[in-house]
Structure formats: C-alpha cells, structure tokens
Ligand binder design. Sequence first.
Ligand code: IVH
Length: 697
Amino acid sequence: MTTTPTPSTAALVDEAAYLEAVVQARAAADAYYGLGESTLDDETYDRLLRGITAWEVEHPNQVAADSPSRQVGGGITTGEVEHAQRMLSLGNVFTDEELTAWAASLQRRLGGRAVTAWAVEPKLDGVALAARYEDGTLVQLVTRGDGTTGEDVSHAIGHITGLPKALTEPVTIEVRGEVLMTEAQFAAANEARTAHGGAVFANRRNASSGSLRAKDRAYQVKQTFLAYDALTAAEHTSDPGLADLTHTQLIDHLAALGLGTTAGTPVATLACATLDEVLARIHHIGELRANLDFELDGAVIKADNRADQREAGVGSRTPHWATAFKFPAAQKITVLRDVDWNVGRTGVIAPRAILEPVSVGGTTITYATLHNPADVTRRDLKIGDHVTVHRAGEVIPRVEGAVTTLRTGEEQPIVFPEFCPRCGGDIDRSQERWRCARGRACGQVESIRYAVARDALDIDGLGEKIVVQLVERDLIEDFADLFTLTRDQLLTLDRMGEKSADNLMSAIAAARNKPLNRVFCALGILGTGRSMSLRIATYFGSVQAIQDADAAALEQVDGIGGEKAPVIVAELVELAPVIAKLRAAGVNLNQPGWVPPAPADAEPGQEAGEADDDLPLDGMAVVVTGAMTGPLAAYSRTEMNELIARAGGKASSGVSAKTNLVVAGAKAGSKLAKAESFGVEVITPDAFAQRINGYLA
Ligand code: IVH
C-alpha cells in the first residue's frame, strides 16, 4: 500500500515571520523566473506558499501588496505611495566580455562617441528605499515596491543610520539608496527578535526587509542606509545645482549633506577613464567584498556625466547608462543535516555544520563553520532546518541563519557535548569558545605532530605511531622535550633501528637551528599559521621580544587585529614553560638577519628597515603561485616566504591591486590571471632566483 505523505505547512508565528516568508517566496520566484535558477526546491517553495496563504486567511487585513498569493491583479493597499519618478532596476552582466559588449551598445547610443567618464561602485545587497527631505527635514520613507508605487515605511524614521532627521542644509531632495544591516546590526536584530519570542532571520536582507516593513512592534532595530542616487530634476529638488554634478560628485555631495554613502569606505564610488580601469575596479571591489561591514552582490557601472546619462536615456525598466556586474551568489539555502564537534590542537571544541551539499559561487559546500556553541544558540539552529549558507571570496563558508519560516516542527535540537569528544574529560565552558579542560594536553599527539610538520620544524621520521609511543612512555610531554631526547631512549621504541634513530637524532639537531618563525609556528598558537608566524618573527626578531609585547604592540603586525592580539598574549603566557624548555635546550629563538622596525614617531619617509633599502625586494608585496622550478624547485611555500622576507619583501597569498610582483611557476592558475588583469609584474621562478641571487639559502 502506498500512502501519500501529508504535505507539511510552515507555521508563521507573527507578522514579521509572515513578511519574511513573503520576501523569501518572492526572491525564489524572481530568481526562478529571472535566472532560471531558484534557491528553493519546488517542495519547499510550495510549503512556504501554504504557510503564507494560511496566515493570510487568519489576517485578511494585513496581506502584503507583494504577496505571491496576489500575483494576479494585486490592487493598491493602504500605505502605498506613488513614486515621484519611477524607481528603475538595473540590467545585469556577468563577465568582462558582456560588460564590454554593453559599453559598446552605450557608445552606439551616444552616436558613436565614448562616454566622458565612468563611475564604478558596489551593488549593495539590501532593500531599495526612497527618502524625501523637505527643507532639510526627513518627511517620508518609501520602499521600491513595483517601481511605480511603494510602501510607506516612514515609521522607521529615526532608526536608520545614514538617514538623519535633518540634513546639514535646508534642501528639498529625494535620495535613493539601499537599507541594509551590518553584521553587528544583524546580531542585534536577531537578539531583539528572539527576546520577544520571535525567530531569528534567515539572512541580512530578509532581516532588513522584515524589520523595515513591520510596524507597531515593541522594539526597534537599527539599520544602515547608503545612498546611490538622488532626483536632480528641477521639479524634485530645491537645489538646481544638483543637475550639473557628475554621479561621483553627487555621491560626495550627499555625504556632505550628512547622508550615509560608501564614501570613505574602500569601495567608494570611483571615476574611471577607460573600460580597462572599470574592469580592474570591478574586480578589486569583488576582492574586498569579504572584508566589508555591508554585503554587496556586484558592482554598478554608470556613465558619470549627467549629459551622457540624459543622452543615453532610459528603457522601460532599466537605464541605458548604467548596468550591474553581478558577482557569483554568495548565499544559498540548503538543509542542515547534522552538527559535529571537532577538538582542535589546542583543545578548542568547535561545532561544524554538515550540510546537504550545495553549490555556492561555483564551489560545492558540505561543511560550514558555526563559530562556537553560543553562536549556535544565538542563531537558534535545529537539525533539519533550511539554513542560509554564506561564502564570499576565499573565506570559510558560514551558516548565516535558519529559514524559520520553512520549519515543519519536525526539526530536532542540536545536541551539545557533555564531555570532551576526544578524551572524554570535562569541558571548560567559562568562555564562549569551549575548550577541553585539559587544554593542549588533550591534543598532545596532534600538537606535537603539528610542531614537527614541514611548515614548522620539519623533522622527518616522527610519524604518528612514534609520537604516540613517546607520549605513552612519558618520554615527551610536548615538542620541546624532543630536544632533550637521547639516542638510547629512541632505541627503546618499537621498530626503531639504529639507522632510524640516528636519522631522527640528526633531524632534531637540524631543527635546533631553524629560524624563529619555524619555532614560533611550532608553538601552534591560535590564529598563527606559517605566514602569520613569519610576520610576527620578522617584526619582533626574538621570542623574548614577542613575549614582552602587549596586545597593542602585537597589533602593529600586519594582519593582527584587536581580536587576535589578546589571544596571542594569553597563549604565550600558557606556553611560557614550553618556551623556557626550548631556551634551556639551546634551540634558536631569534630571527636571522632581523632589522628593527622604525619607531612609531619616525620622521616621515623613514621606513622600517631603512638601513637595508638596497635589499632586492625592499618593501615589495610578492605573491608566489604555481610550481617552482630551477634553483627554487625544492623550496616549499614556507621557504619561499622566508626567502622573500630575507630579501626585504612581504609575502602574501592573494593578488590585489597592491601586489608588486607575482612569481608564477608551472600550472599557475587564477592568481596569474588576476595579476595580469591588474597589470602586476609577473616573472618566472628562474628570473626571480636571479633577481634575489645571494639570498638563496
Ligand atoms: S542605481 C537609475 N546603484 O539594485 C539606476 N542601484 O537591480 C537605479 N542597487 O533597485 C539603480 N546598489 O536597489 C543603483 N550602487 C547602486 C546600487 C543599486 C544596489 C539596487 C537598487 C536597485 C537594484 C537594481
């Protein structure tokens, strides 16, 4: 006998949840009809629609104007406002070639001449909003709606950073821009909502839209407005001068009026003279994407000059003088299958989401980070939930939130471990990040294996079986004890012959003289891998100087921020006994060829290591990619990075506009392509070896 499974319906708890469901369904439908690709599968979409319809039956007066249930003939609902001028949408391009073709079509519209100049800026990923100021006072906020009429959301006045109640000048003007949430605003919105019995938001855009539209709420959440346009025609503003500004000037003018814009951020609107410059800027914005406080899903390219814009004109839905260059989607919705708990080298117990595999930005993702147990609780995640997964650039994917509107009631709670999943011991829960009460000792074998690996002390012949024996027989407690092991002690181990023992003894002896960055890396301090260890070692020069440094001093090192610095300080205190053992065993704890950095009050122009400014790579940012050949064939990445540092350069892993030199070996891939797009100098490993001849070890 076959049974038809009862279709489950999402239960929507309040108006905010309902509006969020509407946004979700709309987005899925738009994505499906627009791009032929939906973030939701049919079954989930249907479940969402049933939830929406069920809520609307109960609340007939609160049906949203853009509800998918009223797609046919949806009339004007209360609160709808006609826009003074249509709020246009933007066309899309996805590749350099498509943008070039679009630019050519614009040139044809201008009678064959090129645009006077371009403006390039981020495509902000939030909710479009029009804000009307009369004589400098904010009087009305209207959402985009269908472009002709939008919803009056003036109740949000006073709750949006970047939309002050009064401008710095008493002008009448309508500004247009995007309302969005920063990471901190998103966290606060979720906290406020859960504190009032609501559910967390699936992602920031939903949070923005839901929070903007929900009226009469017991609490208000903060959001951010960033302007990208203003109505400049004489009938819409008291400032006739606006019509003469270029787009870039207009944005600066809006910032001067006190409005939020991207001015002052790394992705501020930038005028470009040529299409090559435009493309480089677009790709640069794409790279910066992961490090910004607001989300963007592309770049917008506009003719900068008003006269060009007027001449090109607008189509039925989009302007001919602007288009969007879309980046690969950074977010997808998938199902949270399970959560596992990994114990790291340092004893930190970290939850990890196991997902129904989903492709985000061209990569299939099965795991995503859930920072710590508190984070799981804050996001109110359940096994079986549909979750939004976010991945931008090269960063580790993360779970943004649960799509609670899709819950069926069959989701299961996430079980937190009671004891350390590795050693079964107690868990230290005194901080947000849980840790095995035994700390590093819990991960003893892993820590030692990490310390002797190729990027750290590079001691061959210390496989897992040998390390386990050494630990179990109490011959070593940590990697520092390796330096006081005797040959006779080694010979007591199972299957350890004279020859292996001799080899191991000489590998350990060689490790004694490795540069400080290797020893520092071996310590396995949280957040300090091979590159960061090299930066710290070249900055401070000795382990003593690192131990003497406080958090503020550590923050002087490139890449160490306010969060990482105190962790390093605390870890160094914990590791002091290990460092003391290393010192006593005569292990090198200095960085060879170290030059002290310039003091903070140095004369302008006096740079760190000035005494050595004839170093071949002085101050250069160098990226190595592909397989090394010739004299560099045997160099590992760590050794290449050390070599670059010795020659005065700064090794980095990603190519950006700031990169000075790319060493590209065989099979170099995207980094080489990127270097070429930025016009960065690219050389072969052989040419590089020649350039820094004399610094090769
Ligand atoms: S200009 C007349 N600039 O993208 C041109 N729009 O797909 C109209 N958006 O509804 C838009 N960042 O909400 C423009 N820098 C930017 C933008 C931007 C985000 C949004 C806007 C619009 C949608 C069009």
